[in-house]
Design a protein around this ligand. Structure first.
Ligand code: 2M8
Length: 431
């Protein structure tokens, strides 16, 4: 079919996007809109690079890890000082970040920890087993520090689930899941200036109300020196995000695979993993929606909005095949005939078809679900979703996100994770 015929042309286009977005050592998600290095974007970029130039994938990961903090924390942005004022908020909003490498400038929050899984996959794409093991051995300590840091610094009340403290940490910034907090009208004490709406239509971006909360939280978090326990009492935002936690679980399992291949003991014990899985089901499963939901730690209750984050457990390997299949079918049944996983279900009142994380389709999210379905043996569902995803890009271009009804490309152009993950779907087909 058309996708197969065009595979090599698509890979050529994707390669030229990745090369153009290459900022000497890291891949900007889309240089005008997001000129710095982003955490999960770089993990996805590395997966794409590994098919094209394995050493370039290694470099991507090295630059990302150079932003690591003393305690192992891996921030969501590593700033490139050469960029100047092209992106808001710049490093001046995140003073005194405790970086390992003096001179690095970073944000003070994190992002979904795809990186350990990306390192596992990139390693498996290196046919020279000695080279793979040498590389993994070099990364084991920073990865161990990174994955355990979340358990040490972001858990509360004895639960192993990880609290996300800013919508930007979820990666799904303006998801309606977070409206409970944005609706409260928070604003920072200092004026801020938006750069995003100079590049992308404001109708496709978060609102001023969203940014009010974002910047309020930046001040709160930085004002307490990035110590969650210091601001937990006063923050309006601490949630167990169903997608973030599923990604952490998969990362822990993949990191254990790396450790095993190196003859080391597991980084995260079987006991912790099993306690985590129990808590994930206990706190986040919603029986009436038949989907996982997020949990508001402050209000001690689930957030009643159904989004694609609820399918994250499929990628995480937190459900068995039968449950994955019924969750996936249930999601599609609520999509009104569209197979491409809108980020928010269209039957939710806050659904907006072209506004960022409130409805559009995202290639990295589809990719997570494809790989999760595949790993659970749901090959035909995985292959169909992979095919739909690649066809969407073929039809509409290399956009940041896509209208779930028309397929029109939205947001930033020539987007790195779209390019990288299409390469991976084509080069590592499901069947
Ligand atoms: C978007 O988030 C940034 C803030 O981190 C922004 O809007 O300025 C999100 O889509 C996020 O998931 C992504 O990592 C980032 C870069 O692509 O852009």
């Amino acid at each position: 079919m058309s996708v197969r015929i065009n595979a090599s042309e698509l890979i050529t286009q994707a390669t030229s996007i990745l090369r153009r977005n290459d900022q000497t050592g890291y891949t900007a998600p889309s240089p005008r809109l997001y000129p710095h290095q982003w955490n999960w974007d770089s993990a996805f970029a590395a997966i794409g690079w590994a098919h094209l130039d394995w050493n370039r994938a290694v470099r991507e990961i090295d630059t990302l890890l150079s932003a690591q903090w003393i305690d192992g924390f891996l921030p969501h942005i590593r700033y490139n000082p050469a960029v100047g004022e092209g992106y808001h908020p710049g490093p001046e909003w995140w003073p005194n970040v405790p970086v390992r490498n003096p001179g690095e400038q970073t944000s003070g929050i994190s992002q979904p920890p795809v990186l350990p899984t990306a390192i596992y996959l990139v390693g498996m794409m290196q046919p020279d087993v000695d080279a793979r093991r040498t590389w993994w051995a070099r990364l084991l300590t920073p990865l161990r520090d990174m994955i355990l840091c979340y358990l040490r610094t972001r858990t509360v009340n004895g639960s192993p689930l990880i609290a996300v403290v800013h919508p930007w940490e979820s990666g799904a910034d303006n998801s309606p899941r977070w409206d409970f907090a944005t609706g409260r009208g928070f604003k920072p004490s200092r004026a801020y200036r938006r750069t995003d709406t100079q590049v992308v239509a404001a109708t496709q971006r978060p609102t001023e109300r969203d940014y009010g909360l974002y910047m309020y939280l930046v001040e709160l978090i930085a004002g307490h020196r990035y110590d969650f326990r210091q601001y937990l009492e006063m923050t309006p935002f601490a949630v167990y995000d169903a997608l973030f936690n599923a990604i952490w679980f998969r990362a822990a399992v993949d990191l254990n695979r790396i450790a095993l291949a190196l003859g080391e003991s597991p980084v995260v014990s079987a006991e912790i993993l099993s306690g985590f899985k129990d808590a994930f089901h206990r706190f986040l499963w919603n029986q009436s929606a038949q989907l996982f939901r997020d949990f508001d730690v402050k209000a001690a209750g689930q957030i009643p909005v159904d989004t694609v984050a609820g399918l994250g457990a499929i990628y995480g390997g937190l459900v068995d095949q039968a449950k994955a299949e019924s969750m996936f079918a249930g999601y599609l049944a609520r999509c009104r005939g569209f197979k491409l996983l809108p980020s928010t279900l269209p039957d939710e009142p806050q659904f907006e078809a072209d506004r960022y994380w409130r409805g559009p389709v995202w290639v990295p999210i589809n990719w997570l679900v494809v790989r999760g379905l595949q790993d659970l043996g749901l090959t035909s569902h995985a292959a169909a979703l992979a095919d739909e995803t690649v066809s969407l890009v073929l039809r509409s271009g290399w956009f940041e996100y896509f209208h779930p009804h028309t397929g029109e490309g939205l947001g930033g152009r020539d987007f790195s994770w779209t390019a990288a993950l299409v390469v991976d779907l084509l080069r590592r087909p499901v069947s």
